[in-house]
Ligand binder design. Structure first.
Ligand code: HEM
Length: 440
């Protein structure tokens, strides 16, 4: 392993991406886009205002994928039907995830970012075969059913303690007190991250900034600066752990495992950060989505309360319904014809999971939360194919335990105040969800 300075870096108190961009648009209101294309689903207002459903419905009715000639992120293909997303994800050589081609979100326009500003932290989510295969193999052992069993008691204990500490008869923000606390706490436990600094994980992995016009570059810079800070901190932890005997935390496991040791320090760091970023916003927003979903469909909350054996299926259905990552992006590597459309080499192809999970050709009455839905597992919220989420089992475990522990305590959670959604086209979730707890 390369030597890395063990000095604790100094952290500035950075504003979140959301706050910085809000400020930017207050100063430059003219830079918001005034006449977007009617099917430009990259507009973050439709997510902030929760009015994306009819737009995607119309698009699905019109066909599996559509070319959007103009958007703040340049032209792109919007893939909106379930079968089309599966089809494209099954062709990973033709539809690349690699950073060199443009990365995995609609945001990235590699050509817009000067070479010296590009982050040189390789992450396997933004790699193609064969490199992706080898790198993924190094972290997959941390997510086997055996590992999940080993972690279950710890997760259950922490979840139970947190639920017991919540105020009763008082309105509080579920996002802050539960969703963020449980997911960051869990990642801190998983990685042996210093407990007192755990909220840094929340700050660094906040990819949910406002993604509207003209901000692309700034948002990107801000995200990159977070990633640099995070890398510096983890280098310090890595240097510490490398000198100690093996511990049961994931950083120590990664340092001392044979397979991981074959990675370069940059790859090691990139993959570590990928695990933190991948596991944070996603699980957090599903934890908020469950509460909001049950409140919107009280008949389903009642079913859950009366039939705890439905919990595993409820987890799948809530993930489908929330779909905490709205899209992933690919870049076409050769001219090709798909579904009767000519896609050119270099075209940006955006896979809208949010739309696939409401596809009426697969899910009956898709805009209804139904915890008894027989095919809830067919959702594409974890993606499909070689990049399918490696942390899916851990996410499902955390969500199942949350529901089981709520049930054990006969907790009913009502929305009782402000609901604020994330203004972004990538992370799909809640900034604030004011609730009150009663009993059932
Ligand atoms: C990949 C969703 C939780 C780590 C992905 C992808 C999606 C996704 C959509 C890309 C799939 C594709 O391109 O086909 C989710 C959702 C989660 C969740 C909805 C929670 C409800 C987690 C957790 C971790 C994690 C808890 C780890 C602690 C990763 C990693 C990848 C990934 C490392 C890259 C896989 C690859 O490229 O081979 N996830 N994720 N995710 N996720 Fe998750």
């Amino acid at each position: 392993m390369a030597t890395i300075a063990a000095e604790k870096p100094q952290f500035r108190t950075a504003p979140s991406a959301h706050e910085a961009l809000k400020e930017h648009f207050e100063k430059h209101p003219d830079q918001r886009m005034s006449h977007p294309h009617k099917w430009d689903v990259s507009r973050s207002d439709i997510y902030a205002e929760d009015r994306w459903q009819p737009i995607f419905r119309e698009m699905r009715e019109a066909g599996p994928l559509h070319y959007i000639p103009e958007s703040p992120f340049g032209p792109y293909w919007a893939v909106v039907q379930h079968k089309a997303i599966q089809h494209i994800e099954a062709l990973p050589d033709l539809f690349s995830s690699s950073w060199e081609h443009g990365g995995i979100t609609i945001l990235e326009r590699a050509e817009d970012i000067p070479e010296e500003e590009r982050l040189e932290l390789p992450m396997f989510i933004a790699m193609d075969r064969p490199k992706h295969t080898g790198q993924r193999r190094t972290v997959a052992p941390a997510f086997t059913p055996g590992e999940m069993k080993r972690m279950e008691a710890d997760i259950r204990q922490r979840t139970g303690e947190l639920l017991d500490s919540l105020p009763r008869g008082e309105v509080f923000d579920w996002v802050d007190k539960v969703s963020i606390e449980l997911t960051t706490g869990m990642l801190a436990l998983l990685f042996g991250f210093p407990w007192e600094d755990r909220r840094l994980l929340t700050l660094w992995s906040d990819w949910s900034g406002d993604t509207e016009l003209a901000s692309v570059r700034e948002l990107d810079q801000l995200r990159r600066s977070f990633l640099h800070e995070m890398a510096a901190y983890f280098q310090m932890l890595w240097a510490e752990r490398a000198q100690q005997d093996p511990q049961p935390d994931l950083i120590s496991m990664m340092i001392h495992s044979e397979a991981m040791n074959q990675q370069s320090p940059e790859e090691f760091m990139g993959n570590l950060i990928l695990l933190i970023v991948g596991g944070n916003d996603t699980t957090r927003n599903t934890m908020s989505g469950i509460i909001h979903g049950f409140d919107t469909f009280p008949d389903q909350r009642k079913l859950f309360e009366q039939n705890p054996e439905l919990i595993p299926n409820a987890v799948q259905e809530c993930i489908r319904f929330q779909t905490p990552l709205a899209h992933m992006r690919r870049t076409c590597t050769e001219d090709t014809e798909q579904f009767g459309q000519q896609i050119k080499k270099g075209d940006k192809v955006v896979l809208w999971y949010l739309s696939a999970n409401r596809d009426e050709q697969v899910f009956e009455n898709p805009d209804k939360l139904d915890i008894t839905r027989e095919n809830a597992r067919r959702h594409l919220a974890f993606g499909y194919g070689i990049h399918r989420c490696v942390g899916a089992r851990l996410a499902e475990l955390q969500l199942r335990i949350l529901l089981e522990e709520m049930h054990k305590r006969r907790m009913r959670v009502h929305v009782a105040g402000d609901v604020e959604r994330v203004r972004a086209n990538f992370v799909h979730g809640f900034r604030k969800l004011e609730v009150e707890i009663t009993a059932f």
